[in-house]
Design a protein around this ligand. Structure first.
Ligand code: UDP
Length: 320
């Protein structure tokens, strides 16, 4: 997102406490302020000094099983700190707020059809609830104050910048495409497929994998939408069709040329069978036109980034 904003000639300030991220991931043209979004004095200072016009709120914890084990940690990091950030924006008069929400607000879709924004909101984890509570705060704060917002509900984000400038770098990642590309590059001895007895054509779960660059574009269009219309928006970010776990594994094997070991194991607790977006709204409202709706491209960019990370971690800068 930072690269996209810089490419568009915007001025960008990043606030990050670097709990899971890295300072090297921030482009040199952006200002990095190391700090916590829950620190209202710090945030107020940044908003005032730079006359900030829009906040993109990406800061949050995202691992569903972790949220089940540490619900209060998730409500602190995702909900309480979001409240602090929203309040700082209201106080400073920031007009636009774009929030990273999640398909987890829906819980398990009733009928496995693509899920639309007006479906019932029944999160099944503290993670999903923590994000839904932030959506609710934004709704109410925007009704009371001169603030407008977009909540973008992400489906399964994957891939990396096609230009190779950035990609997923968090340690101990658990997401399927990240894990599979790491296995292909021998960073893991094998990978697991969690459950092969689901009611799907090949027995494995189906997800809607969205390329990070298309997701970023949705954010940029949401910003333009808020600037020009001032109308709040809640929208799914997915392609509207899914792939099974085994299909993903097959594509990673083909694109990498590595026949890595895959162990078929038990179901992972809490996995829904199928989660696919109905993406009509974002296409209509933002004229969003995905450019990377292609699993081979997603996987290729993820593999390229994983290889670049290897070079970074073994190169001259690796001691930093
Ligand atoms: N998955 C898997 N092996 C892995 C990681 C994930 O089989 O090492 C499966 C997981 O059970 C789910 C799908 O891949 O069915 C997507 O999981 P991921 O954690 O990437 O995203 P989620 O949909 O849970 O947010």
């Amino acid at each position: 997102m930072v690269w996209r904003l810089l490419d568009a000639g915007e001025t960008v300030i990043v606030i990050d406490r670097l709990s899971t991220g890295f300072d090297w991931a921030v482009p040199p043209e952006a200002n990095l302020v190391i700090g916590d979004i829950g620190d209202q004095d710090l945030v107020a200072k940044v908003l005032r000094e730079h006359a900030v016009e829009a906040v993109f709120h990406f800061a949050g914890s995202i691992v569903v099983p972790e949220s089940v084990n540490d619900p209060l940690g998730y409500y602190l990091n995702n909900t309480v700190k979001s409240r602090a950030l929203i309040e700082a924006c209201v106080t400073a008069g920031v007009p636009h707020f774009i929030f990273s929400s999640t398909a987890a607000v829906y819980g398990t879709p009733v009928d496995n059809d693509p899920v639309a924004e007006d479906a019932a909101l029944r999160p099944e984890s503290p993670y999903g609830t923590s994000k839904l509570m932030t959506e609710m705060m934004l709704h109410d704060a925007a009704a009371a104050h001169p603030l407008n917002y977009a909540c973008l509900r992400y489906f399964n984000v994957a891939g990396a910048d096609p230009a190779g400038r950035t990609g997923q770098s968090t340690r101990d990642a658990t997401h399927l495409i990240k894990v599979a590309t790491q296995t292909a590059l021998s960073k893991r001895p094998f990978m697991q497929v969690f459950g092969t007895d689901y009611p799907t054509p090949d027995g494995t779960c189906i997800r809607d994998y969205i390329h990070v660059t298309d997701l970023v574009e949705a954010h940029y269009l949401a910003l333009q939408h808020l600037r020009s219309t001032g109308r709040n928006l809640v929208a799914n970010c997915g392609y509207g069709h899914g792939h099974s776990v085994l299909e993903v594994v097959d594509v990673v094997r083909r694109m990498s040329g590595e026949d890595f070991e895959v162990r078929l194991t038990e179901r992972r607790a809490g996995d829904a069978v199928t989660i696919v977006a109905n993406s009509d709204r974002i296409k209509q409202e933002l004229d969003w036109q995905p450019r990377y709706d292609d699993l081979e491209k997603i996987v290729t960019h993820a593999l390229n980034w994983e290889a670049a990370l290897t070079r970074r971690n073994t190169g001259p800068d690796s001691a930093k």
